[in-house]
Design a protein around this ligand. Structure first.
Ligand code: NAD
Length: 489
Protein backbone atom coordinates (compact mmCIF):
# COMPACT_ATOMS: atom_id res chain seq x y z
CA UNK A 1 0.00 0.00 0.00
CA UNK A 2 1.18 3.49 -0.74
CA UNK A 3 1.06 5.69 2.33
CA UNK A 4 -0.75 9.01 2.72
CA UNK A 5 1.42 12.06 2.23
CA UNK A 6 -0.65 15.22 2.12
CA UNK A 7 -3.98 14.49 3.77
CA UNK A 8 -4.63 16.02 7.18
CA UNK A 9 -6.07 13.30 9.39
CA UNK A 10 -7.05 15.22 12.50
CA UNK A 11 -9.71 13.75 14.77
CA UNK A 12 -13.01 15.19 13.57
CA UNK A 13 -15.10 17.58 15.64
CA UNK A 14 -18.37 19.29 14.82
CA UNK A 15 -18.31 22.62 13.04
CA UNK A 16 -21.06 24.82 14.48
CA UNK A 17 -21.38 28.61 14.42
CA UNK A 18 -17.87 28.95 12.96
CA UNK A 19 -16.27 26.98 15.81
CA UNK A 20 -14.98 23.45 16.27
CA UNK A 21 -16.68 21.70 19.15
CA UNK A 22 -17.12 18.27 20.67
CA UNK A 23 -20.53 16.65 20.45
CA UNK A 24 -22.79 17.13 23.48
CA UNK A 25 -22.65 13.36 24.14
CA UNK A 26 -18.83 13.32 23.87
CA UNK A 27 -19.15 10.24 21.65
CA UNK A 28 -16.99 9.47 18.62
CA UNK A 29 -16.71 6.72 16.02
CA UNK A 30 -13.86 5.50 13.82
CA UNK A 31 -13.48 6.31 10.16
CA UNK A 32 -12.07 3.25 8.38
CA UNK A 33 -9.74 3.10 5.40
CA UNK A 34 -11.56 0.74 3.00
CA UNK A 35 -8.27 -0.16 1.27
CA UNK A 36 -6.96 -2.00 4.36
CA UNK A 37 -9.77 -2.05 6.94
CA UNK A 38 -7.73 0.01 9.41
CA UNK A 39 -8.93 3.11 11.33
CA UNK A 40 -7.92 6.44 9.82
CA UNK A 41 -9.09 8.75 12.59
CA UNK A 42 -12.05 9.39 14.88
CA UNK A 43 -15.11 11.41 13.99
CA UNK A 44 -17.58 13.13 16.33
CA UNK A 45 -20.92 11.37 16.71
CA UNK A 46 -23.37 14.26 16.66
CA UNK A 47 -26.92 13.82 17.91
CA UNK A 48 -30.16 15.77 18.25
CA UNK A 49 -28.71 18.34 20.75
CA UNK A 50 -25.89 19.13 18.29
CA UNK A 51 -28.35 19.48 15.42
CA UNK A 52 -30.32 21.88 17.65
CA UNK A 53 -27.22 24.03 18.22
CA UNK A 54 -26.37 23.97 14.52
CA UNK A 55 -29.87 24.99 13.45
CA UNK A 56 -29.85 27.83 15.99
CA UNK A 57 -26.45 29.00 14.72
CA UNK A 58 -27.70 28.89 11.12
CA UNK A 59 -30.88 30.82 11.96
CA UNK A 60 -28.89 33.46 13.82
CA UNK A 61 -26.45 33.88 10.95
CA UNK A 62 -29.33 34.19 8.51
CA UNK A 63 -30.97 37.01 10.43
CA UNK A 64 -28.04 38.80 12.11
CA UNK A 65 -24.43 39.52 11.22
CA UNK A 66 -22.81 39.91 7.79
CA UNK A 67 -24.64 37.37 5.65
CA UNK A 68 -28.06 39.03 5.23
CA UNK A 69 -26.27 42.32 4.47
CA UNK A 70 -24.14 40.84 1.72
CA UNK A 71 -25.41 41.45 -1.80
CA UNK A 72 -25.31 38.97 -4.64
CA UNK A 73 -22.05 40.48 -5.90
CA UNK A 74 -20.29 39.73 -2.60
CA UNK A 75 -21.67 36.22 -2.50
CA UNK A 76 -20.52 35.73 -6.08
CA UNK A 77 -16.93 36.64 -5.11
CA UNK A 78 -17.12 34.38 -2.07
CA UNK A 79 -18.19 31.39 -4.13
CA UNK A 80 -15.44 32.05 -6.63
CA UNK A 81 -12.87 32.12 -3.80
CA UNK A 82 -14.13 28.75 -2.54
CA UNK A 83 -13.67 27.32 -6.05
CA UNK A 84 -10.12 28.64 -6.17
CA UNK A 85 -9.30 27.24 -2.74
CA UNK A 86 -10.68 23.83 -3.71
CA UNK A 87 -8.25 23.81 -6.63
CA UNK A 88 -5.39 25.08 -4.46
CA UNK A 89 -5.96 22.24 -1.98
CA UNK A 90 -6.83 19.70 -4.66
CA UNK A 91 -4.11 17.16 -3.86
CA UNK A 92 -4.84 17.12 -0.15
CA UNK A 93 -8.61 16.89 -0.63
CA UNK A 94 -8.27 14.18 -3.26
CA UNK A 95 -6.05 12.12 -1.02
CA UNK A 96 -8.41 12.52 1.92
CA UNK A 97 -11.36 11.44 -0.22
CA UNK A 98 -9.47 8.42 -1.52
CA UNK A 99 -8.35 7.35 1.96
CA UNK A 100 -11.85 7.69 3.39
CA UNK A 101 -13.97 6.48 0.45
CA UNK A 102 -11.64 4.17 -1.48
CA UNK A 103 -12.16 5.86 -4.84
CA UNK A 104 -9.04 5.83 -7.06
CA UNK A 105 -6.85 8.90 -6.63
CA UNK A 106 -7.03 9.28 -10.41
CA UNK A 107 -10.77 10.01 -10.04
CA UNK A 108 -10.68 12.09 -6.87
CA UNK A 109 -7.88 14.34 -8.14
CA UNK A 110 -8.97 14.58 -11.79
CA UNK A 111 -12.76 14.49 -11.41
CA UNK A 112 -14.24 14.93 -7.91
CA UNK A 113 -12.23 17.90 -6.66
CA UNK A 114 -11.98 19.84 -9.96
CA UNK A 115 -15.70 19.29 -10.61
CA UNK A 116 -16.51 20.48 -7.07
CA UNK A 117 -14.56 23.68 -7.87
CA UNK A 118 -16.41 24.07 -11.19
CA UNK A 119 -19.74 23.93 -9.35
CA UNK A 120 -18.68 26.90 -7.23
CA UNK A 121 -17.45 28.82 -10.28
CA UNK A 122 -20.76 28.15 -12.03
CA UNK A 123 -22.97 29.23 -9.11
CA UNK A 124 -20.72 32.20 -8.48
CA UNK A 125 -22.12 33.42 -11.81
CA UNK A 126 -25.70 33.03 -10.61
CA UNK A 127 -25.32 34.71 -7.20
CA UNK A 128 -25.59 38.22 -8.66
CA UNK A 129 -28.29 37.37 -11.20
CA UNK A 130 -31.15 36.45 -8.89
CA UNK A 131 -33.96 38.65 -10.16
CA UNK A 132 -37.71 38.94 -9.82
CA UNK A 133 -40.22 40.23 -12.37
CA UNK A 134 -42.53 43.22 -12.68
CA UNK A 135 -45.99 42.00 -13.58
CA UNK A 136 -48.81 44.00 -15.16
CA UNK A 137 -51.50 43.23 -12.59
CA UNK A 138 -55.16 44.18 -12.20
CA UNK A 139 -56.18 47.73 -11.37
CA UNK A 140 -52.91 49.17 -12.68
CA UNK A 141 -51.13 48.17 -9.45
CA UNK A 142 -47.38 47.97 -9.37
CA UNK A 143 -46.72 44.30 -8.81
CA UNK A 144 -43.29 42.78 -8.58
CA UNK A 145 -41.66 39.65 -7.28
CA UNK A 146 -38.65 39.18 -5.03
CA UNK A 147 -36.62 35.97 -5.14
CA UNK A 148 -35.58 35.26 -1.56
CA UNK A 149 -33.56 32.48 0.07
CA UNK A 150 -35.59 29.54 1.38
CA UNK A 151 -33.86 29.87 4.77
CA UNK A 152 -32.07 27.21 6.82
CA UNK A 153 -31.37 24.14 4.68
CA UNK A 154 -30.40 20.67 5.85
CA UNK A 155 -28.06 18.93 3.40
CA UNK A 156 -27.86 15.16 3.81
CA UNK A 157 -25.44 13.34 1.53
CA UNK A 158 -24.32 9.76 0.76
CA UNK A 159 -20.86 8.21 0.82
CA UNK A 160 -20.19 7.67 -2.87
CA UNK A 161 -19.15 11.24 -3.84
CA UNK A 162 -18.81 12.87 -0.41
CA UNK A 163 -17.20 16.19 -1.34
CA UNK A 164 -18.79 16.53 -4.75
CA UNK A 165 -22.40 15.91 -3.71
CA UNK A 166 -22.02 18.27 -0.76
CA UNK A 167 -20.88 20.95 -3.23
CA UNK A 168 -23.78 20.20 -5.61
CA UNK A 169 -26.06 21.35 -2.77
CA UNK A 170 -23.94 23.86 -0.93
CA UNK A 171 -22.92 26.06 -3.87
CA UNK A 172 -26.49 26.89 -5.00
CA UNK A 173 -27.61 27.22 -1.35
CA UNK A 174 -24.90 29.84 -0.72
CA UNK A 175 -25.53 31.56 -4.07
CA UNK A 176 -29.20 31.90 -3.06
CA UNK A 177 -28.28 33.34 0.35
CA UNK A 178 -29.34 30.37 2.52
CA UNK A 179 -27.62 29.03 5.66
CA UNK A 180 -26.99 25.30 5.90
CA UNK A 181 -26.51 22.41 8.28
CA UNK A 182 -24.71 19.57 6.52
CA UNK A 183 -24.87 15.94 7.66
CA UNK A 184 -22.31 13.92 5.69
CA UNK A 185 -22.53 10.12 5.43
CA UNK A 186 -21.13 8.38 8.48
CA UNK A 187 -18.50 6.41 6.54
CA UNK A 188 -17.11 9.43 4.70
CA UNK A 189 -17.12 12.58 6.80
CA UNK A 190 -13.51 13.69 6.40
CA UNK A 191 -13.63 15.79 3.23
CA UNK A 192 -16.63 17.77 4.52
CA UNK A 193 -14.73 18.57 7.71
CA UNK A 194 -11.67 19.67 5.73
CA UNK A 195 -13.97 21.73 3.52
CA UNK A 196 -15.19 23.66 6.57
CA UNK A 197 -11.65 25.08 6.93
CA UNK A 198 -11.69 26.09 3.27
CA UNK A 199 -15.04 27.83 3.69
CA UNK A 200 -13.64 29.73 6.68
CA UNK A 201 -10.55 30.73 4.71
CA UNK A 202 -12.77 31.96 1.87
CA UNK A 203 -14.73 34.15 4.32
CA UNK A 204 -18.03 32.29 4.80
CA UNK A 205 -19.47 33.98 7.91
CA UNK A 206 -19.86 31.92 11.12
CA UNK A 207 -23.09 29.92 11.23
CA UNK A 208 -23.72 29.95 7.48
CA UNK A 209 -22.10 26.52 7.10
CA UNK A 210 -22.47 24.04 9.97
CA UNK A 211 -21.37 20.42 9.83
CA UNK A 212 -22.82 17.77 12.12
CA UNK A 213 -21.26 14.36 11.57
CA UNK A 214 -22.95 11.24 12.91
CA UNK A 215 -25.45 8.51 12.20
CA UNK A 216 -28.25 8.99 9.70
CA UNK A 217 -30.85 7.49 12.01
CA UNK A 218 -29.87 9.97 14.76
CA UNK A 219 -28.31 13.21 13.45
CA UNK A 220 -29.90 12.91 9.98
CA UNK A 221 -33.32 12.12 11.40
CA UNK A 222 -33.08 15.05 13.86
CA UNK A 223 -32.32 17.40 10.97
CA UNK A 224 -35.12 16.06 8.76
CA UNK A 225 -37.74 16.50 11.49
CA UNK A 226 -36.44 19.80 12.94
CA UNK A 227 -39.09 22.55 12.85
CA UNK A 228 -36.39 25.22 12.38
CA UNK A 229 -35.19 23.69 9.10
CA UNK A 230 -36.97 25.08 6.04
CA UNK A 231 -35.73 22.62 3.45
CA UNK A 232 -33.98 19.28 3.20
CA UNK A 233 -31.83 18.48 0.18
CA UNK A 234 -31.18 14.77 0.32
CA UNK A 235 -29.13 12.39 -1.78
CA UNK A 236 -29.15 8.74 -0.83
CA UNK A 237 -31.12 5.55 -1.13
CA UNK A 238 -34.75 5.38 -2.16
CA UNK A 239 -35.61 3.72 1.16
CA UNK A 240 -34.02 6.50 3.26
CA UNK A 241 -35.69 9.04 0.96
CA UNK A 242 -39.06 7.66 2.07
CA UNK A 243 -38.09 8.00 5.74
CA UNK A 244 -36.97 11.58 5.16
CA UNK A 245 -40.30 12.39 3.50
CA UNK A 246 -42.13 11.02 6.51
CA UNK A 247 -39.93 12.99 8.92
CA UNK A 248 -40.18 16.20 6.88
CA UNK A 249 -43.96 15.89 6.61
CA UNK A 250 -44.28 16.79 10.31
CA UNK A 251 -43.27 20.38 9.53
CA UNK A 252 -44.21 20.56 5.83
CA UNK A 253 -40.67 21.45 4.91
CA UNK A 254 -39.51 21.62 1.33
CA UNK A 255 -37.75 18.60 -0.03
CA UNK A 256 -35.57 17.66 -2.94
CA UNK A 257 -34.66 14.00 -3.23
CA UNK A 258 -31.92 12.48 -5.38
CA UNK A 259 -32.32 8.74 -4.95
CA UNK A 260 -31.19 5.43 -6.37
CA UNK A 261 -31.22 4.02 -9.87
CA UNK A 262 -31.05 0.92 -12.04
CA UNK A 263 -30.21 2.66 -15.26
CA UNK A 264 -30.48 0.98 -18.66
CA UNK A 265 -27.64 1.45 -21.14
CA UNK A 266 -28.94 0.37 -24.56
CA UNK A 267 -26.63 -0.68 -27.40
CA UNK A 268 -28.32 -1.05 -30.78
CA UNK A 269 -26.65 -3.23 -33.39
CA UNK A 270 -25.87 -0.22 -35.61
CA UNK A 271 -23.81 1.52 -32.88
CA UNK A 272 -20.09 2.20 -32.87
CA UNK A 273 -19.42 -0.90 -30.77
CA UNK A 274 -15.94 0.15 -29.60
CA UNK A 275 -17.34 3.43 -28.26
CA UNK A 276 -20.32 1.63 -26.73
CA UNK A 277 -18.04 -0.89 -25.00
CA UNK A 278 -15.92 1.96 -23.63
CA UNK A 279 -19.05 3.74 -22.37
CA UNK A 280 -20.52 0.55 -20.93
CA UNK A 281 -17.33 -0.19 -18.95
CA UNK A 282 -17.07 3.38 -17.66
CA UNK A 283 -20.80 3.32 -16.90
CA UNK A 284 -20.36 0.50 -14.41
CA UNK A 285 -16.73 0.48 -13.24
CA UNK A 286 -16.29 4.23 -12.64
CA UNK A 287 -16.17 4.87 -8.85
CA UNK A 288 -16.33 1.02 -8.52
CA UNK A 289 -19.97 1.11 -9.56
CA UNK A 290 -20.91 3.09 -6.43
CA UNK A 291 -22.72 5.54 -8.68
CA UNK A 292 -26.43 6.34 -8.53
CA UNK A 293 -26.59 6.68 -12.31
CA UNK A 294 -24.43 3.60 -13.05
CA UNK A 295 -25.39 1.93 -16.32
CA UNK A 296 -25.98 -1.31 -14.44
CA UNK A 297 -28.33 -2.90 -17.01
CA UNK A 298 -26.60 -3.21 -20.36
CA UNK A 299 -29.14 -4.05 -23.07
CA UNK A 300 -27.44 -5.34 -26.22
CA UNK A 301 -29.27 -6.00 -29.49
CA UNK A 302 -28.86 -9.66 -30.48
CA UNK A 303 -26.83 -9.28 -33.72
CA UNK A 304 -24.20 -7.16 -31.89
CA UNK A 305 -24.14 -9.18 -28.68
CA UNK A 306 -21.00 -11.28 -29.20
CA UNK A 307 -18.93 -8.51 -30.78
CA UNK A 308 -19.93 -6.09 -28.03
CA UNK A 309 -19.08 -8.61 -25.32
CA UNK A 310 -15.64 -9.17 -26.82
CA UNK A 311 -14.99 -5.42 -26.92
CA UNK A 312 -16.37 -5.00 -23.40
CA UNK A 313 -14.14 -7.69 -21.92
CA UNK A 314 -11.04 -6.18 -23.46
CA UNK A 315 -12.17 -2.79 -22.10
CA UNK A 316 -12.72 -4.26 -18.62
CA UNK A 317 -9.06 -5.27 -18.59
CA UNK A 318 -8.22 -1.56 -18.83
CA UNK A 319 -9.78 -1.00 -15.41
CA UNK A 320 -7.02 -2.32 -13.14
CA UNK A 321 -8.02 -2.98 -9.55
CA UNK A 322 -5.57 -2.01 -6.83
CA UNK A 323 -4.42 0.39 -4.15
CA UNK A 324 -6.59 3.48 -4.67
CA UNK A 325 -3.63 5.77 -3.87
CA UNK A 326 -1.75 4.35 -6.88
CA UNK A 327 -2.38 6.71 -9.84
CA UNK A 328 -2.61 3.69 -12.20
CA UNK A 329 -5.52 2.12 -10.28
CA UNK A 330 -8.98 2.49 -11.82
CA UNK A 331 -11.01 0.28 -9.44
CA UNK A 332 -10.55 0.75 -5.69
CA UNK A 333 -12.15 -1.01 -2.72
CA UNK A 334 -15.85 -0.74 -1.97
CA UNK A 335 -16.58 1.76 0.77
CA UNK A 336 -17.08 -0.73 3.62
CA UNK A 337 -17.14 -4.40 4.55
CA UNK A 338 -20.93 -4.09 4.81
CA UNK A 339 -21.19 -2.77 1.24
CA UNK A 340 -18.83 -5.50 -0.01
CA UNK A 341 -20.98 -8.18 1.62
CA UNK A 342 -24.13 -6.64 0.14
CA UNK A 343 -22.63 -6.63 -3.36
CA UNK A 344 -21.25 -10.17 -2.95
CA UNK A 345 -24.78 -11.22 -1.98
CA UNK A 346 -25.99 -9.94 -5.38
CA UNK A 347 -23.19 -11.84 -7.13
CA UNK A 348 -24.40 -15.03 -5.43
CA UNK A 349 -28.03 -14.23 -6.31
CA UNK A 350 -27.05 -13.76 -9.97
CA UNK A 351 -25.31 -17.14 -10.02
CA UNK A 352 -28.16 -18.96 -8.32
CA UNK A 353 -30.75 -17.42 -10.67
CA UNK A 354 -28.84 -18.81 -13.66
CA UNK A 355 -26.92 -15.79 -15.01
CA UNK A 356 -23.39 -16.47 -16.23
CA UNK A 357 -20.27 -14.66 -14.93
CA UNK A 358 -17.91 -13.90 -17.80
CA UNK A 359 -15.39 -11.97 -15.71
CA UNK A 360 -14.82 -11.19 -12.03
CA UNK A 361 -17.20 -12.18 -9.24
CA UNK A 362 -14.65 -12.74 -6.47
CA UNK A 363 -13.29 -10.77 -3.54
CA UNK A 364 -9.80 -9.61 -4.52
CA UNK A 365 -6.67 -9.56 -2.40
CA UNK A 366 -4.72 -6.29 -2.53
CA UNK A 367 -1.80 -5.52 -0.22
CA UNK A 368 -2.26 -7.16 3.18
CA UNK A 369 -5.73 -8.40 2.23
CA UNK A 370 -7.76 -6.37 4.73
CA UNK A 371 -9.44 -4.17 2.10
CA UNK A 372 -12.94 -4.44 0.62
CA UNK A 373 -12.03 -5.18 -3.00
CA UNK A 374 -14.30 -6.89 -5.52
CA UNK A 375 -13.18 -7.84 -9.01
CA UNK A 376 -15.06 -5.93 -11.75
CA UNK A 377 -17.85 -8.36 -12.62
CA UNK A 378 -19.93 -8.96 -15.74
CA UNK A 379 -22.97 -11.25 -15.93
CA UNK A 380 -24.47 -12.35 -19.26
CA UNK A 381 -27.72 -14.19 -19.90
CA UNK A 382 -29.56 -11.91 -17.47
CA UNK A 383 -33.38 -11.81 -17.52
CA UNK A 384 -35.39 -8.77 -16.43
CA UNK A 385 -36.98 -10.76 -13.65
CA UNK A 386 -33.68 -11.56 -11.91
CA UNK A 387 -32.70 -9.75 -8.74
CA UNK A 388 -29.49 -8.47 -10.37
CA UNK A 389 -31.60 -6.82 -13.09
CA UNK A 390 -34.11 -5.24 -10.72
CA UNK A 391 -32.29 -4.04 -7.59
CA UNK A 392 -29.65 -1.38 -7.23
CA UNK A 393 -26.37 -3.21 -6.50
CA UNK A 394 -24.08 -0.18 -6.07
CA UNK A 395 -20.90 -2.03 -6.97
CA UNK A 396 -18.89 -2.94 -10.10
CA UNK A 397 -21.40 -5.56 -11.26
CA UNK A 398 -22.89 -5.37 -14.75
CA UNK A 399 -25.98 -7.27 -15.92
CA UNK A 400 -25.99 -7.82 -19.69
CA UNK A 401 -29.44 -8.41 -21.21
CA UNK A 402 -29.99 -9.41 -24.85
CA UNK A 403 -32.86 -7.82 -26.81
CA UNK A 404 -34.35 -8.07 -30.30
CA UNK A 405 -36.17 -4.85 -31.23
CA UNK A 406 -36.78 -1.20 -30.39
CA UNK A 407 -40.21 -1.43 -28.74
CA UNK A 408 -39.19 -4.42 -26.67
CA UNK A 409 -36.05 -2.77 -25.29
CA UNK A 410 -37.87 0.44 -24.43
CA UNK A 411 -40.55 -1.53 -22.59
CA UNK A 412 -37.97 -3.56 -20.69
CA UNK A 413 -35.80 -0.51 -19.93
CA UNK A 414 -38.77 1.26 -18.38
CA UNK A 415 -39.83 -1.83 -16.45
CA UNK A 416 -38.40 -0.53 -13.14
CA UNK A 417 -39.58 1.83 -10.44
CA UNK A 418 -36.32 3.76 -10.83
CA UNK A 419 -35.87 6.53 -13.42
CA UNK A 420 -32.55 8.28 -12.87
CA UNK A 421 -30.60 7.92 -16.13
CA UNK A 422 -30.31 5.95 -19.37
CA UNK A 423 -27.87 5.53 -22.25
CA UNK A 424 -28.53 4.94 -25.96
CA UNK A 425 -25.88 3.88 -28.50
CA UNK A 426 -26.83 4.03 -32.18
CA UNK A 427 -25.78 5.70 -35.45
CA UNK A 428 -29.44 6.29 -36.36
CA UNK A 429 -30.34 9.82 -35.27
CA UNK A 430 -34.11 9.25 -35.40
CA UNK A 431 -33.88 6.10 -33.33
CA UNK A 432 -31.71 7.91 -30.77
CA UNK A 433 -34.15 10.76 -30.28
CA UNK A 434 -37.20 8.49 -30.29
CA UNK A 435 -35.56 6.43 -27.55
CA UNK A 436 -34.69 9.58 -25.58
CA UNK A 437 -38.36 10.61 -25.63
CA UNK A 438 -39.62 7.18 -24.62
CA UNK A 439 -37.18 6.55 -21.77
CA UNK A 440 -38.56 7.38 -18.34
CA UNK A 441 -35.40 8.90 -16.89
CA UNK A 442 -34.17 12.29 -15.72
CA UNK A 443 -31.05 12.10 -17.93
CA UNK A 444 -30.55 10.36 -21.28
CA UNK A 445 -27.04 10.09 -22.69
CA UNK A 446 -26.81 9.44 -26.44
CA UNK A 447 -23.55 7.91 -27.64
CA UNK A 448 -21.93 8.81 -24.33
CA UNK A 449 -22.42 7.92 -20.66
CA UNK A 450 -21.78 9.53 -17.27
CA UNK A 451 -21.11 13.04 -18.51
CA UNK A 452 -22.02 15.96 -16.29
CA UNK A 453 -21.82 19.73 -16.40
CA UNK A 454 -22.64 22.24 -13.65
CA UNK A 455 -25.11 23.90 -16.04
CA UNK A 456 -27.10 20.75 -16.87
CA UNK A 457 -29.88 19.72 -14.44
CA UNK A 458 -29.69 16.25 -12.90
CA UNK A 459 -32.35 14.31 -11.02
CA UNK A 460 -34.83 11.49 -11.11
CA UNK A 461 -38.10 10.38 -12.65
CA UNK A 462 -40.36 7.96 -10.78
CA UNK A 463 -38.92 6.68 -7.47
CA UNK A 464 -35.45 8.05 -8.24
CA UNK A 465 -36.59 11.27 -6.64
CA UNK A 466 -37.83 14.75 -7.46
CA UNK A 467 -36.37 18.20 -7.84
CA UNK A 468 -33.22 18.89 -9.83
CA UNK A 469 -29.66 19.70 -8.87
CA UNK A 470 -27.20 21.69 -10.98
CA UNK A 471 -28.11 24.32 -13.53
CA UNK A 472 -30.71 27.01 -13.00
CA UNK A 473 -33.20 24.54 -11.52
CA UNK A 474 -30.60 23.64 -8.91
CA UNK A 475 -30.58 27.29 -7.81
CA UNK A 476 -34.39 27.60 -7.87
CA UNK A 477 -34.57 24.83 -5.28
CA UNK A 478 -33.05 27.23 -2.71
CA UNK A 479 -35.21 30.26 -3.57
CA UNK A 480 -38.78 31.26 -2.89
CA UNK A 481 -40.87 33.95 -4.54
CA UNK A 482 -42.52 36.87 -2.78
CA UNK A 483 -45.14 38.91 -4.67
CA UNK A 484 -45.36 42.58 -3.71
CA UNK A 485 -48.45 44.67 -4.57
CA UNK A 486 -48.40 48.47 -4.56
CA UNK A 487 -51.72 50.28 -4.94
CA UNK A 488 -51.25 53.19 -7.38
CA UNK A 489 -54.91 54.20 -7.69
P1 NAD B 1 -28.33 6.20 2.61
O1 NAD B 1 -29.71 6.50 2.19
O2 NAD B 1 -28.09 5.05 3.48
O3 NAD B 1 -27.69 7.46 3.36
C1 NAD B 1 -27.63 8.73 2.77
C2 NAD B 1 -27.51 9.76 3.88
O4 NAD B 1 -28.70 9.74 4.65
C3 NAD B 1 -26.37 9.51 4.85
O5 NAD B 1 -25.82 10.74 5.26
C4 NAD B 1 -27.09 8.83 6.01
O6 NAD B 1 -26.40 8.98 7.23
C5 NAD B 1 -28.40 9.59 6.02
N1 NAD B 1 -29.52 8.88 6.65
C6 NAD B 1 -29.70 7.55 6.81
N2 NAD B 1 -30.85 7.31 7.47
C7 NAD B 1 -31.43 8.51 7.71
C8 NAD B 1 -32.64 8.92 8.34
N3 NAD B 1 -33.49 8.05 8.84
N4 NAD B 1 -32.91 10.24 8.41
C9 NAD B 1 -32.06 11.14 7.88
N5 NAD B 1 -30.89 10.82 7.29
C10 NAD B 1 -30.58 9.51 7.19
O7 NAD B 1 -27.52 6.12 1.25
P2 NAD B 1 -25.98 5.73 1.10
O8 NAD B 1 -25.91 4.26 1.35
O9 NAD B 1 -25.12 6.67 1.84
O10 NAD B 1 -25.76 6.04 -0.46
C11 NAD B 1 -26.10 5.16 -1.45
C12 NAD B 1 -27.44 5.52 -2.07
O11 NAD B 1 -27.45 6.88 -2.51
C13 NAD B 1 -27.74 4.72 -3.30
O12 NAD B 1 -29.07 4.26 -3.29
C14 NAD B 1 -27.55 5.70 -4.44
O13 NAD B 1 -28.24 5.40 -5.60
C15 NAD B 1 -27.96 6.97 -3.83
N6 NAD B 1 -27.38 8.09 -4.55
C16 NAD B 1 -28.19 8.87 -5.35
C17 NAD B 1 -27.65 9.91 -6.08
C18 NAD B 1 -28.51 10.78 -6.97
O14 NAD B 1 -28.07 11.85 -7.34
N7 NAD B 1 -29.69 10.37 -7.32
C19 NAD B 1 -26.30 10.19 -5.98
C20 NAD B 1 -25.49 9.40 -5.17
C21 NAD B 1 -26.06 8.36 -4.44
Amino acid sequence: MLSPTKATLNPGRLFIGGEWRDPVSGRTFESINPANGEPLTTVAEGGAPDVELAVQAARKALTEGDWPKMGGGDRSKLLWRIGELLLKHRDELAELETLDQGKPIFESSKIDVPFAAEIFFYYSGWANKIEGDTIPARGGALCYTLREPVGVCGLITPWNFPLLLMCWKLAPALAAGCAVVHKPAQWTSLSALRFAGIAQEAGVPPGILNIVTGKGSVAGAALASHPGVDKIAFTGSTETGREIMRAAAGTNKRLTLELGGKSPNIVFADADLEAAARGAAAGIFYNKGEVCAAGSRLFVQAPAHDALMEALLSRAAKWPLGDPLDPKTRVGPLVSEQQLQKVMGYVEAGKSEGACIVTGGRRAQVGDGGGYFLEPTVFTGVQNTMKIAREEIFGPVLSVIRFEDFDEVLRRSNDTFYGLAAGVWTRDIKKAHRAARALQAGTVWINCYSVYDPAVPFGGYKQSGFGRELGREGLDAYLQTKSVWVDLS
